[in-house]
Design a binder for this molecule. Structure first.
Ligand code: PRP
Length: 217
């Protein structure tokens, strides 16, 4: 009987690049993993785990693969956990990919002062809960990306989105009106995998925990 290799879901793009030094410090050699090459499944050898597969996924899909048990392990932004509330274990803050989820709008606009502001976002749950917590419901317009365009062209009064360097906001004439929450990358485990293979998963967690302590300033 051939057993399914243990799979690790990693977020394609910026977060993966930021995670490489930490993963290297934890003994995971991803030097052969080239994001430009468009190959999405990569066989690797993981310390204390052995042969495994890395799946390169859209950041917002990583927790879906882990919750469904396709991947035993994943790395995902806490923004995704806050939005999706996936049924996974999140044992470790990797202290990278740090950014903030913010309400942003044009300098002269104040969504909080509007009766029912229209808010464009990739984070409908977080945006809805924020306005409900203030007792002031908003109309949410769900978009898939580049949400900064929406207030510029009249689709929305403001946006709820990730701000990292602030460059995208500045280039589009928007400013932060409120910080809703701090974000960083998390190690996540499938619940069943953590029960069935506690040894390899906790060994990886321990390696990453030590690497976070070494790498994080
Ligand atoms: C994210 C976010 C902002 C931008 C913020 O988008 O949605 O648009 O990064 O980063 P900054 O503050 O450093 O400028 P991403 O690049 O992930 O693309 P997307 O909007 O297509 O999802």
């Amino acid at each position: 009987m051939t057993s399914v290799p243990l799979r690790l879901g990693l977020p394609k793009g910026r977060l993966l690049e930021q995670a490489r030094p930490l993963l290297r410090a934890a003994g995971l050699d991803l030097s052969s993993l080239d994001q430009q090459a468009r190959r999405l499944v990569h066989p690797v050898e993981l310390p204390e785990i052995g042969p495994a597969e890395i799946l390169l996924l859209r950041p917002s899909d990583v927790a879906v693969y882990v919750a469904h048990g396709v991947c035993a392990i994943g790395i995902v932004g806490s923004d995704v956990l806050a939005e999706q509330h996936p049924d996974v274990l999140a044992p470790l803050d990797l202290k990278l990919g740090r950014c903030r989820i913010c309400l942003c709008a044009a300098v002269d606009s104040d969504p909080y002062r509007q009766e029912t502001p229209r808010i464009a976002t990739k984070y409908p749950r977080i945006a809805t809960e924020h306005f409900l917590s203030l007792g002031a419901p908003a109309e949410i317009v769900e978009l898939s990306g580049n949400v900064e365009i929406a207030p510029l062209v009249g689709l929305a009064d403001g946006i709820v989105d990730i701000v990292e360097t602030g460059e995208t906001l500045a280039k589009n004439g928007l400013v932060i009106k409120a910080v809703l929450e701090q974000v960083s990358a998390r190690l996540i485990f499938n619940r069943a995998a953590a029960k069935l293979r506690p040894g390899p998963l906790s060994a990886l967690e321990e390696r990453l925990r030590r690497a976070v302590a070494e790498v994080t300033p």
